[in-house]
Design a protein around this ligand. Structure first.
Ligand code: DC
Length: 226
């Protein structure tokens, strides 16, 4: 497939968007961008610098001092996010960030900043980006849009396993409450709420394997590129 396109993957928290996005980017030789990592890194900056994000002036000043970049980790082959030159890929996955990120992501100025950065990254195409508003707001003209979903119990279990490795004190209830809260805030906010784009194709991966979801997504791609 010679023609490079933009692929968007949106959906609920912890339903496997990044797994599919990484698989597709690898299979196609595309760049993978985790847009959620950008909102997480901004949240980390706001927390570290005690930015009152209910105050627009403080938010704007904070955003002016933020530089976000993705670099490929040569060892793992994965793309990692840097905040003002510091690799924050791991620290942004903490529950402390997960508890605040949806609030920060509701702020209009934050979204304008992140969306502009994301659109720059997609200029050359050949990109897979996952998030909540990628097919609706960031790349409304993307050639392939996927909307992912999975049962809440499966999503909680997956996220719990991931978080338990780093923090054995975490409970299933904490993970479930956090996922439900983020789903609620993400889909009810005023600016770019989580929605399925009308032309997005749904993948429900409650009962399918990672291999099956990749196969399905690549078949979709073949169909639109042929
Ligand atoms: O994908 P994630 O769980 O790392 O995303 C973290 C938060 O960032 C999520 O709760 C909502 C927000 N987000 C967003 O509002 N828009 C995006 N395009 C990506 C993430």
């Amino acid at each position: 497939m010679k023609k490079k396109i933009v692929i968007t993957i949106d959906g609920w928290s912890s339903c496997g968007k990044s797994t599919l996005a990484k698989q597709m980017a690898k299979a196609l030789g595309y760049v993978y961008v985790d847009s959620g990592a950008m909102y997480r890194a901004i949240t980390l900056y706001f927390l570290r610098h005690h930015i009152d994000w209910t105050d627009t002036t403080e938010v704007n000043t904070g955003l002016k001092n933020i530089v976000l970049q993705f670099h490929r980790n040569e060892k793992s082959g994965q793309s990692e996010i840097f905040l003002n030159g510091e690799n924050v890929e791991y620290v942004i996955r903490d529950l402390v960030i997960a508890e605040k990120v949806s609030d920060v992501a509701t702020i209009k100025e934050v979204r304008t900043f992140a969306v502009a950065e994301q659109q720059k990254m997609g200029k050359k195409k050949g990109i897979v980006m996952d998030g909540r508003d990628i097919g609706t707001t960031v790349f409304p003209d993307a050639a392939l849009k996927i909307f992912m979903t999975a049962d809440i119990s499966v999503r909680v279990e997956r996220r719990f396993k991931e978080m338990f490795e780093k923090n054995p004190n975490i409970t299933i209830e904490e993970v479930k409450n956090n996922l439900e809260m983020r789903d609620y805030i993400d889909s009810n906010r005023e600016v770019s709420p989580l929605r399925k784009a009308p032309d997005a194709i749904i993948i429900d991966n409650t009962n399918i394997s990672m291999e099956q979801q990749l196969k399905f997504a690549l078949e979709l791609l073949k169909a639109i590129c042929s």
